[in-house]
Write a protein that binds this ligand. Structure first.
Ligand SMILES: Nc1ncnc2c1ncn2[C@@H]1O[C@H](COP(=O)(O)OP(=O)(O)OP(=O)(O)O)[C@@H](O)[C@H]1O
Length: 462
């Protein structure tokens, strides 16, 4: 079929789809799809990211199938060409309804691999690599040590490499990145990623089946052993004992060990002292909680990779209000996309604030309008009472408008209520104030910085 035909076919599909989904959904999820070819009863379309593909498959697979059957014919297949790396324009082809990304932990086979094991699936997540791991102040040290280990496994002094940090700071990602890089550079090396939990299940099974020797022999054949969440060994003495022997064997034979934990070795209660001592033999590196700057970079990168577009103020808001765990940031992005699609709403600050408020800060003290007025007045060196006067002085008008804007963002009050609490104004004045401040923020960098300063001061009190 000629190019006109696959484009023409897809355009006819689009007409049907457009009638069946809200306009915003159509624009977000269907317009970016590019038809590539139609042959062997299969329509191949290009989508901008893996996330995009998964979302389509999750939410619109029925609509797509029915539309294709109607326009092209019963049994027509859909194939996605997924852009996985925009810079190199690398793509992969995935069939519709065939899910490929299954969480690693679910894929892992609980059985103990038999020996001899000619080929070993390292059970690495290829998405967790150094290219997708964004560097920032909080992970700089860990990242550079990880890279050194990846370049020269077991040849640096970083053996074992013990990565620790709070939940969601990137330990699993970084540990996988090491494994992936080693596989790239040294394909013959036997790399294995395993969660401490799975290791323990395998061990327990081996005891039950009387195959503990096989279990130990298998692990002793590994060149690079990555064990995630080692804190889970706490209190399970027999597993610890077995791991101790495997650890010693590998270390003595010049193999690399990479361990992750949610706390530093000294804080691993319920872990044998001889193991804790070994964990400290090499390098103990902390992944700290991500800074605001790193959070912004991670968000920008994720949104870009997913082929999405979020306004800058939305990215700033998420990064400033969702702290600590990168996993939470990713969850928020997905929630926003889903809300925007399902409720047919633009991705804007208001939608983002509603979603973020539901996910975070539920325990932190709510900001009151009085606090906002006090903070704004203090910032501009004004008496708080002046804000409620009829003064039309420029600085008073602006302070009042900023207070209204912040009250709209930080509280659930209606515009009418905010007007009543700030200067006894009506709801139209509040709406106008919010619009004015929003527009000023967009065009005036120093004004934006002032608002940021006021917001930080406000947050410090809460
Ligand atoms: N610096 C980073 N750059 C890009 N993505 C990151 C970064 N740090 C974390 N992430 C992402 O955040 C999510 C959570 O990271 P990860 O699972 O590695 O955290 P963790 O520290 O192992 O958490 P847990 O202890 O709960 O298992 C992953 O999707 C990961 O890709």
């Amino acid at each position: 079929m000629s190019e006109i035909n696959h484009v023409g076919l897809w355009n006819r599909c689009l007409e049907i789809i457009r009638d069946n989904v809200p306009e915003q959904t159509y624009k977000t999820w269907f317009l970016p799809i590019i038809p590539l070819k139609y042959e062997d009863k299969t329509l191949v379309v290009q989508v901008p990211s893996q996330f995009f593909y998964e979302f389509l498959e999750d939410k619109f697979v029925d609509l797509l199938r029915k539309t294709l059957y109607k326009v092209i014919g019963e049994g027509t297949k859909l194939m996605y060409n997924v852009m996985v790396d925009k810079s190199s324009r690398k793509t992969v082809d995935l069939e519709s309804t065939q899910r490929t990304i299954i969480p690693l932990k679910q894929v892992m086979d609980k059985r103990i691999p038999q020996i001899p094991v000619p080929e070993l699936d390292p059970h690495l997540n290829p998405e967790y690599n150094f290219e997708t791991f964004i560097e920032g102040y909080s992970n700089k040290l860990s990242r550079s040590v990880a890279e050194a280990v990846a370049l020269n496994p077991a040849k640096t002094i970083f053996n074992p490499l013990f990565l620790y940090g709070a939940s969601g700071v990137g330990k699993t990602h970084l540990a996988n990145a090491i494994g992936t890089k080693i596989k790239e550079l040294y394909p013959e090396k036997r790399v294995l990623y395993v969660s401490a939990h799975l290791f323990q299940v395998q061990y327990t099974d081996s005891v039950r089946n009387n195959t503990t020797n096989d279990f130990i022999n298998f692990y002793q054949t590994i060149d690079i052993l990555i064990i995630d969440d080692i804190q889970e060994f706490a209190g399970v003495t027999k597993t610890q004992n077995t791991f101790f022997h495997i650890f010693n064997h590998l270390h003595q034979n010049g193999k690399q060990l990479i361990l992750t934990s949610d706390r530093a070795p000294v804080l691993l209660q319920g872990m044998e002292e001889r193991l804790i001592t070994r964990f400290k033999w090499g390098m103990v590196a902390e992944l700290e909680k991500p800074t605001v700057e790193l959070r912004k970079n991670i968000l920008r990168n994720k949104i870009h990779r997913d082929g999405l577009q979020f306004p800058q103020e939305v990215i700033d808001y998420i990064a400033e209000n969702v702290g600590d765990s990168v996993r939470d940031l990713e969850g928020i992005v997905i929630s926003i996309m889903a809300h925007s699609t399902i409720y047919n709403k633009e991705i804007d600050l208001e939608l983002t604030q509603r979603i973020v408020r539901k996910v975070v800060n539920s325990e932190s003290k709510a900001v009151t309008v009085d606090e906002i007025i006090n903070t704004v007045c203090k910032h501009f060196g004004l008496e708080t009472a002046t804000i409620h006067t009829k003064s039309r002085k420029r600085e008073v008008v602006q302070a009042r408008q900023i207070a209204m804007y912040l009250a709209k963002n930080y509280t659930d009050f209606s515009t009418a209520k905010i007007g009543a609490l700030i200067g006894h104004k009506d709801h139209a004045t509040v709406l106008h104030a919010c619009k004015t401040i929003k527009e000023l923020k967009e065009v005036d960098k120093s004004f934006r910085a002032e608002i940021d300063e006021i917001q930080s001061a406000l947050k410090k009190q809460n």
